[in-house]
Design a protein around this ligand. Structure first.
Ligand SMILES: [Zn+2]
Length: 203
């Protein structure tokens, strides 16, 4: 029995170390970790698909290991004169409930009963910018819920397709997986090891 259990335990521990996620891992402010990452939190403004201000503060909070991975992606982009701009990071569960009250439709919003990966501090909505902070052309605007936002939509301009590919490649390299229906959304691998959270965005 012991002979069987030990290798199984060792491989489980190895997998945990590889993914690095810990349930009690703190949320950190991404711009404090890496001021090069630009922040335009749309849910802190009326400039989002609900036309409602949902966040009390424009802050990008992520689990600390997820934030570090994002900083590594930013470093790769900085080396070629580009950068990241985040539109959404951690979203408290109580705000997910408000969002669901406004738009109770799973095509657009995750049901708070199940929660979103954003509620775990393990997902980010992000695009590319140049050194001046100007957004690079992408297939659609943020929160475009049409098929044009799908990761495999081939109808965009060559520049937009190239930029989408650049973003996906750098995010994948640093441990993120893209959502098939939203070119801007990336989940940190190991996201399911983080619990749903309702820590407020305001300090
Ligand atoms: Zn998202």
């Amino acid at each position: 029995m012991r002979r069987l259990l030990l290798p199984a335990l060792a491989s489980l521990l190895g997998a945990c170390a590889l993914l690095g996620a810990r349930a009690d891992e703190p949320m950190v402010d991404v711009t404090r970790l890496d001021p090069r990452i630009r922040v335009d939190i749309r849910y802190a403004t009326p400039s989002n698909f609900t036309k409602t201000v949902l966040y009390p503060q424009a802050r990008c909070m992520l689990r600390s290991r997820v934030a570090k991975r994002l900083s590594l992606a930013q470093a790769d982009l900085s080396a070629v004169g580009l950068g990241l701009k985040v539109w959404d990071c951690y979203r408290p569960l109580s705000i997910q409930k408000k969002l669901w009250e406004l738009v109770p439709d799973t095509r657009y919003v995750a049901n708070p009963a199940k929660g979103s990966r954003h509620n775990r501090g393990a997902a980010v909505d992000v695009t590319l910018v140049d050194l001046n902070g100007t957004e690079l052309p992408m297939p659609t605007e943020y929160d475009d819920f049409s098929e044009r936002a799908h990761r495999d939509w081939a109808g965009a301009s060559p520049a937009a397709l190239r930029n989408r590919q650049t973003l996906e490649a750098v995010m994948q390299r640093h441990g993120f997986t893209g959502l098939s229906t939203e070119w801007w959304h990336f989940d940190a691998r190991g996201w399911d090891r983080y619990p749903l959270s309702d820590v407020p965005l305001s300090p």
